[in-house]
Design a protein around this ligand. Structure first.
Ligand SMILES: [Zn+2]
Length: 495
């Protein structure tokens, strides 16, 4: 029955779309029509019975699946894994309550409480011969840190870069050649080096949007630099503790320890240290610095774009005489960095890194010309596949093929909808799309839908399902896989 309905609605959809384009709205144009078509009785019933599982629960399930997969890989099962597997093995089909429980009993990452004191050790200018020593020490103490790397060094020493990433530390961008004059006498020079380094890191398998300005941003970054970096989705990171190890050549370890441990205590301490060439004394100082913060009850963490890192204010007087960044230069940086970050290489690298977040070119191509520039979105992926099953078919969306955009699970629209028995109408000139559901047609929200780097249409799963008039009824988690069943499937099975 639903099949016939769909066919009828394809014809209806073609007629409707013409009117919709003319309305030029943001996707709300079809709401009324969507409701006009009366859904088949079976789907009404299943919708009423369906436990309320939403996209957040599915996202949690994917996170669980990724954690389970990682644990399996490392041969180190987590404490709560067994219980979860038992829970998800069955008996959940009919009981909504249980399903909700499964989802909420996920192994929560230990979130720091508001009182938790955190220290972020940061190492600049590497990788170099000293990086391995630093990594050995960090490993010995079981602490994680963040490395702001110089692109030129990254290119020459990718093995060292790999080790940093493999051992669970975060990596950031610290210009390509670290020559102040090249990066601060014109914004074009800075933008060029930022992109070159991002590419060098990507070639080494690292995806990051963390950036530390050589010498820090103070008196180097004007408001335009900050604006451009923000528009391109970079996260600037300065520091609030300076070990003083680069104040002059050969600062002795004792002085470095004093510098790294004498700043006024804050809940979050971001410590500047160097692991570039010539910083053997910093390596010597490191154990004492770690022991100091451990003794004071600080936890050690890596920097991500979610961390509120210290950023210096814009100085009244710059060290440099230069033009403010031009609008075209700001746009060019954003476009080029977006290109990099929507590449397959970036996504693959992002799933390996400890950091998260990047920028995706938001919204459809057509919409770019119609709408004002859209705010960049952060996105990431999880190392687990998603399997959606309905009575019409199933679709497996591998990790790297779906995105988590601003915390929402987004899926390739056409593949998902068509596998589940619906249809997609793409209006290229307008950059808009409609979904033909089981009993109606509706348009995707242009604020949340977007094209990926290859021009494939993506939208939040919750919206796609709503337009399909379908919903999640059950979720199961296994290592590396989150499986979800849709109500339409249950209805089809029942009938
Ligand atoms: Zn530096």
């Amino acid at each position: 029955m639903a099949r016939m309905n769909k066919l009828r609605l394809i014809a209806l959809g073609a007629a409707i779309c013409i009117g919709w384009i003319g309305m030029g709205g943001e996707g709300a144009g079809l709401k009324g029509l969507h409701q006009l078509a009366s859904p088949p009785a079976a789907s009404v019933a299943s919708a009423a019975q369906a436990p309320s599982i939403g996209e957040p629960e599915l996202l949690d399930a994917l996170k669980q699946a990724a954690v389970l997969a990682a644990e399996k890989k490392s041969g180190n099962p987590g404490l709560q894994t067994e219980g979860l597997q038992e829970d998800s093995s069955g008996a959940l089909d009919s009981k909504a309550g249980n399903t909700a429980q499964l989802v909420s009993s996920k192994p929560e990452e230990k979130k720091p409480s508001a009182e938790d004191k955190t220290v972020y050790l940061t190492f600049d200018d590497g990788p170099s011969v000293h990086t391995s020593d630093v990594l050995d020490i960090l490993r010995k103490y079981g602490v994680k840190a963040t490395f702001f790397m110089v692109g030129k060094n990254v290119k020459e020493q990718s093995k060292r870069v790999n080790r940093v990433q493999e051992e669970g530390h975060a990596i950031g961008n610290h210009s390509y050649n670290h020559v102040y004059k090249d990066i601060y006498s014109s914004f074009a020079g800075y933008a060029r080096q930022t992109l070159l380094t991002e590419q060098a890191l990507l070639d080494a398998g690292v995806a990051t949007n963390l950036v530390r300005a050589p010498g820090g941003t103070f008196t180097n970054f004007d408001a335009g630099y900050f604006k451009a970096m923000k528009a391109a989705g970079y996260t600037m990171v300065d520091w609030n503790v300076d070990s003083g190890d680069s104040r002059r050549v050969g600062v002795p370890a004792k002085e470095i320890i004093a510098g790294a441990t004498s700043a006024p205590f804050k809940r979050e301490m971001t410590v500047l240290i160097h692991d570039g060439t010539g910083h053997a004394e910093s390596v010597k100082a490191l154990p004492a610095i770690i022991e100091f913060y451990k003794a004071k009850g600080y936890r050690f963490a890596v920097i991500t774009s979610k961390v509120k890192s210290p950023v210096f204010p814009v100085a009244k007087k710059m060290k440099w005489k230069r033009e403010a960044p031009q609008a075209a230069e700001i746009t060019a940086l954003a476009e080029k960095s977006n290109q990099l970050r929507s590449s397959k290489a970036w996504l693959a690298a992002a799933s390996n890194g400890v950091g998260e977040g990047a920028v995706l070119p938001a919204i459809g191509k057509g919409a770019e010309t119609v709408n004002p520039p859209v705010k960049p979105k952060t996105y990431g992926t999880l190392q687990a596949d998603l399997l959606l099953q309905s009575g019409y078919g199933e679709v497996r969306i591998g990790y790297g093929e779906y995105f988590v955009v601003d915390g929402k699970l987004t899926v390739p629209v056409r593949r998902t909808v068509e596998a589940l028995g619906g249809g997609v109408i793409w209006n290229a000139p307008e950059g808009t799309a409609s979904i033909i559901g089981y009993s109606g047609i509706g348009s995707l929200n242009r604020d949340t839908a977007f094209l990926n780097g290859e021009g494939r249409l993506y939208a939040p799963l919750s919206e796609v399902l709503e337009l399909m008039e379908d919903s999640l009824t059950r979720i199961e988690v296994s290592p590396g896989l989150a499986e979800a069943w849709l109500g339409s499937g249950a209805a089809a099975e029942d009938g």
